[in-house]
Design a protein around this ligand. Structure first.
Ligand code: MSP
Length: 661
């Protein structure tokens, strides 16, 4: 039997110098909805999300927080991950651009592009926007045309990517694959950009330290966009992508401001490396607050947690997908959010589910009733429901979430009207009336089952509750949507426990609560706070590790706090005025670190080059004799004079960056 078809989709990889707001949440929730929908359509789906952790911006934020970059990004990535879980997002792969497998994929991709003749060395001077991580076409002193923030003049040695060579191949590709870029407006924008001519692109930096090193070309690190885009590939096997079968991606979902990176640079890198191109790139619009794009620098962000706390995660998911036409910008307002909650969720779906459950509880002994003869008004509703199934699937296929939900809610409204005209509650206990009531209740419950299966991708939590209320097996998410038809609800099925779905909420009070939680959240310090300075600095960077005062035992969780990796010494030099110290640069797989080690009296600097050592990578940086040291090399302390002997890996060719456990 052939396996399920594979479907691979991605969210953008989020910057870790800030925390998520509902603009980011929008990208992720849309992806999660598609993921759930595709699963219900029988696909073997992988969805990747993750964090984009390199670049000057992170370097600066970490410095401000007084922690090493690795610690800073680890804490921020954990925050992003936790939030997605709270929002019911089922990411299959969470890729961090500081993951070792990712660094290897990026280095491999660079090498493929270079081996194929599309990379050459050069110099570049330009205005750089550190917030967008891009050179911008403005004069010194002018602000970034995209985000309005100051730019910096940067001159550096770098490697160029021959983007200019891809103008024709890209235009041919767009012509052959008219659906590659969606929606139409974005496709036209990209086409005219490429038709206007492409300049070669600087893809390495020597002015940035916190990045993935170019092997053999240190101190070059790869440009953050070359790095971040490759995350889509490293999440599904990297160089071994053929083994997972999930590359090329079916869909990259992105915000409209990053379409150029995805629809021009990324396909060009892949073409240069001889790799397959993703099938589609869909750019959604922005969520605006007071008519401006939500952003930390404008101070107009709205965070998801207060909304989830007051109205629940499904309310936020529903609002984001219902209120904005996918592909266009949409305005966020608390007012509209609570309005939608009360009218569509509390009075609409919630009310229909609780009425149906109460009537079946009372009249059919807590079971799905056995319908008798259907009358034309029942058949009209049945026909409408069957039509809605087709229309909703078609809309979901085109990412028309708003229209899909509108269709489903029109069916809910039609069912409310049906109940009002049929008024089963006023029927008597006569045999004929009982039969009629059973038919009406079965019809209502069958609409509810169909509505539940169709809303599950958007409302996973509430749909699961209604599903079990109707006594349906498993989760609605495992119901095959291709087989959804009117008439599948089995009479006699025992109903599950009735639970309140969307309690009505007073608008002013709800808004007040959400706004005050948002204000409180803004006052909270960042999850990465400035640590206290270390009490007694150690003698040197190398582990002249003093034995613990008492033979106190530590748990494995304490040990796990120390992150040790295999590093390779790239440069080593003496420090003027410090006889014991050597200044080393060490490749730890994901970056090059400067580390001072107290080994100068025992090791010749030039003999250390290329040596593999054990490095503690998550120590807070500190200055030794005025030189910054970011990490510690492990050494044994031997003999009465405490001679350091470097720990190493003589017997095996261990991978740089491998973790010591
Ligand atoms: N790190 C890059 C993406 C690299 S992908 C290989 C980045 N990160 S981001 O955190 O700034 O943005 C990630 C996504 O959030 C983008 O798709 C962006 O459009 C989306 N949003 C951020 N603010 C937004 C709104 N106000 N509204 C809707 N989406 C917006 O760019």
């Amino acid at each position: 039997m052939p396996g399920k078809p594979k479907y691979y989709l991605t969210t953008p990889i989020y910057y870790t110098n800030g925390l998520p707001h509902i603009g980011h949440t929008y990208s992720t929730i849309v992806c999660d909805t598609i993921r759930r929908y595709k699963r219900m359509r029988g696909y073997d789906v992988v969805m990747t999300t993750g964090t984009d952790e390199h670049g000057v911006n992170v370097e600066r934020s970490a410095k401000k927080a007084g922690v090493p970059e690795s610690e800073f990004v680890a804490k921020m990535a954990a925050e992003w991950r936790a939030l997605w879980e709270e929002l019911g997002v089922q990411g299959d792969e969470f890729i961090r651009t500081t993951d070792l497998k990712h660094a290897h994929t990026v280095q491999w991709l660079f090498k493929q592009c270079r081996d194929n003749g599309f990379v050459y060395p050069g110099h570049y001077t330009g205005q750089y926007c550190i917030y967008d991580n891009a050179y911008v076409d403005v004069k010194p002193g002018e602000n970034c045309p995209d985000c309005g923030r100051p730019t910096e003049t940067v001159t550096e040695a770098n490697f160029y990517f021959k983007l200019s060579a891809f103008q024709k191949p890209l235009l041919d590709w767009y012509a052959k694959h008219p659906d590659f870029i969606q929606p139409e407006a974005r496709r036209n924008e990209v086409l005219s950009f490429v038709e206007g001519g492409l300049r070669d692109l600087s893809i390495t930096r020597t002015s940035v330290r916190w990045g993935i090193p170019v092997p053999g070309e240190e101190p070059h690190v790869l440009y953050v966009w070359f790095d971040a885009l490759t995350a889509y590939l490293s999440a599904v096997g990297g160089p071994q992508y053929e083994k997972t079968g999930f590359w090329p991606a079916n869909l990259h979902l992105v915000g409209k401001e990053i379409i150029r990176f995805h629809a021009v640079y990324w396909p060009a890198f892949l073409m240069a490396a001889g790799l397959p191109l993703p099938k589609q790139i869909w750019a959604h619009g922005w969520l605006l607050m007071d008519s401006a794009k939500m952003s930390k620098s404008l101070g107009n962000v709205v965070r998801p947690r207060p909304i989830v706390h007051v109205l629940g995660m499904d309310a936020l998911r529903y609002y984001l997908l219902r209120e904005t036409v996918f592909g266009q910008d949409g305005n966020f307002s608390y007012e509209a959010l609570v309005q939608r909650y009360n009218s569509d969720l509390a009075n609409g779906l919630g009310n229909l589910a609780s009425r149906a459950a109460a009537m079946m509880e009372k009249n059919s002994g807590g079971k799905i009733p056995q319908p008798a003869a259907f009358q034309p008004q029942d058949t009209v509703l049945a026909t409408r429901a069957q039509e809605v199934i087709g229309e909703v699937l078609e809309q979901y296929d085109q990412l028309g979430f708003s229209l899909a939900l509108e269709e489903i809610w029109s069916l809910i409204a039609a069912t409310d009207k049906y109940l009002t005209t049929e008024h089963p509650w006023s029927l008597t206990d006569s045999e004929a009336d009982q039969q009629r009531r059973a038919t009406i209740l079965w019809t209502t419950a069958e609409v509810l089952r169909i509505v539940t299966a169709l809303t599950y991708p958007v409302l996973p939590e509430s749909a699961t509750r209604v599903w079990s209320l109707l006594g349906q097996p498993d989760q609605p998410g495992s119901f095959p949507l291709d087989g959804l038809r009117w008439g599948q609800l089995a009479p006699g099925t025992l109903l599950g426990k009735s639970q309140a779905l969307f309690p009505r909420i007073e608008k002013a009070e709800a808004i007040e609560r959400m706004e005050s939680m948002e204000k409180e959240a803004q006052k909270q310090p960042s999850p990465v706070t400035v640590p206290a300075p270390p009490s007694t600095p150690a003698a040197g960077g190398a582990a002249a590790a003093a034995a613990p005062a008492a033979a106190e035992k530590i748990g494995i969780e304490d040990f796990a706090k120390v992150e040790m990796r295999v590093g390779q010494i790239k440069t080593a030099e003496r420090i003027v005025g410090a006889d014991k110290l050597l200044k080393l640069t060490v490749d730890i797989g994901t970056e090059i670190r400067q580390i001072c080690a107290g080994i100068a009296q025992y090791y010749e600097p030039e003999k250390l080059i290329g040596r593999k050592v054990a490095v503690v990578v998550n120590l807070a940086p500190r200055k030794l004799r005025g030189v910054e040291s970011n990490g510690m090399i492990i050494a044994a302390t031997v003999g009465p004079e405490g001679r350091p002997v470097l720990a190493g890996f003589p017997d095996e060719d261990v991978e740089i960056g491998a973790r010591l456990k």
